[in-house]
Design a protein around this ligand. Structure first.
Ligand code: C2E
Ligand code: CA
Ligand code: CA
Length: 418
């Protein structure tokens, strides 16, 4: 892929040419009144493969995918690489839409077949969006944009599927942009606040720590759940200043409590994937500790497994640097991702937080309680302390005690509080 004057030259087709081809297909459709589709295809989890298996394998995979797509389309169709792992396919209609549907299904089917690269079998899936001319746009640019939006929707729906563009998707994008814009100013306008949820020791039933959780009170939108805006903040990069603000506030508050004479507590702060990728992260944390005067031993960072599973080497080094500062590290949401204790053994972490979805099942059938008990046992062997998240009932609490779980958080003790 060569980048010349912003036109990405790929598969021998510069971007300007794909726009030209769409232009031709539009003229053809205007004459014949036959349907015309612009298809946006994006590979699922390509970044993960690229990061974990190496760029050489990633490159070979892209080449194979391109060949497969070329083999799947008809002579009249055009395939272009749009950049990264994104492809555009122009399907001018010859007779009716069922034929085009056949082509589309063939492309997806071919892309998803296992491939052999360097003696390894790799299976990749793709998410696809389709914009139909003229309903979904009059120009190449709009059609590509709308096909891209539809592809995004396909990703949201769990990847490995296709979606036709609809006007409501556009409305969703507009709403996203509106919320993102409000969030951009939320920090400066003092609309963000940090809540704290106690973490309790299951043996002594004493509070041993807190988790800092962000809240957004927007005058325009009302209370917005972090579940809704954290993803948006991640995608837009706003999580970096916001996350830093949370960390600073939480450290300040911890020092204030210590100065007020309370027994020292461990303060846990969530670190987003985007922050974890910041080149000067360690320096920034160090500055916050210096500014607020908090001793490093009272700060804990919560990271998810998937964050450290990508770019493993670099992550490991970063974790060691964070550890050198004297900060603790815990793995959040265990049980929702890869959930590999063997893998965690290699990481410099001291705590594992079992996700609420796991804890919810503990009161049900006995196999679940046994499963949690064995996770706790294995964690202890690996030298990890275990925190149960989202504990809501005394019954769950009793069962966690039986499992020898170390700590818990949840509404049964307290909701997060201002
Ligand atoms: P998380 O880190 O897994 O945080 C735990 C979530 O579970 C919190 O949701 C908490 O309020 C909720 N929770 C705790 N106990 C219970 C319970 O007994 N029952 C139920 N139903 N829920 C319980 P919250 O505050 O809405 O935050 C959601 C997610 O947003 C967090 O999940 C975290 O991933 C993210 N988040 C929140 N604050 C921050 C932040 O400052 N930075 C980053 N990067 N992410 C944050
Ligand atoms: Ca957390
Ligand atoms: Ca969690």
């Amino acid at each position: 892929c060569v980048n010349t004057e912003d036109y990405i030259v790929t598969c021998g087709i510069p971007l300007i040419l794909i726009e030209d081809r769409i232009g031709q297909a539009i003229e053809h459709r205007d004459r014949t009144k036959l349907p015309m589709w612009v298809v946006f295809l994006d590979l699922d989890r390509f970044k993960f493969i690229n990061d974990s298996m190496g760029h050489n394998i990633g490159d070979q995979l892209l080449v194979q995918v391109a060949h497969r797509m070329q083999a799947a389309v008809r002579e009249v169709d055009t395939v272009a690489r749009f950049g990264g792992d994104e492809f555009i396919i122009v399907l001018p209609g010859q007779t009716d839409e069922t034929l085009m549907m056949g082509v589309l299904e063939r492309i997806i089917h071919m892309v998803c077949q296992p491939m052999q690269i360097n003696n390894q079998e790799i299976i990749i899936t793709c998410s696809v969006g389709i914009a139909v001319y003229p309903n979904d746009g009059a120009k190449a640019e709009t059609l590509i944009q709308h096909a891209d939006i539809a592809m995004y929707r396909a990703k949201e729906l769990g990847k490995n599927n296709f979606q036709f563009f609809t006007e409501s998707m556009n409305e969703k994008v507009a709403e996203r942009m509106y919320v993102e814009n409000l969030l951009r100013h939320a920090l400066a306008k003092n609309e963000l606040e940090v809540y704290y949820q106690p973490k309790v020791d299951l043996e002594t039933m004493q509070m041993v720590g807190m988790e800092a959780l962000i809240r957004w009170n927007s005058p325009e939108l009302g209370f917005v759940s972090p579940i809704r805006f954290i993803t948006l903040a991640e995608e837009s990069g706003l999580i970096v200043p916001i996350g830093e603000w949370v960390m600073r506030s939480a450290c300040q508050q911890t020092v204030a409590w210590q100065n007020a004479g309370y027994a020292p507590l461990l303060m846990s702060v969530n670190l987003s994937a985007r922050q974890f990728k910041q080149s000067n992260l360690v320096e920034r944390i160090q500055n916050i500790l210096k500014e607020t005067g908090l001793e490093a031993q009272y700060l804990e960072l919560e990271l998810t497994e998937s964050m450290v599973m990508t770019e493993v080497e670099a992550s490991l080094q970063l974790l060691h640097e964070i550890k050198t500062l004297g900060i603790q590290i815990s793995v959040d949401d265990f049980g929702t991702g890869y959930s590999s204790l063997t893998y965690l053994r290699n990481l410099p972490v001291e705590t594992l937080k079992i996700d609420k979805s796991f804890i919810d099942l503990i009161a049900g059938d006995s196999t679940h309680a046994a499963l949690i008990a064995s996770i706790v046992d294995m964690s202890h062997v690996l030298g990890l302390a275990v925190v149960a998240e989202g504990v809501e009932t005394p019954d769950q609490l009793r069962r966690l005690i039986d499992c020898h779980c170390d700590m818990f958080q949840g509404y049964v003790a307290s909701k997060p509080l201002p």
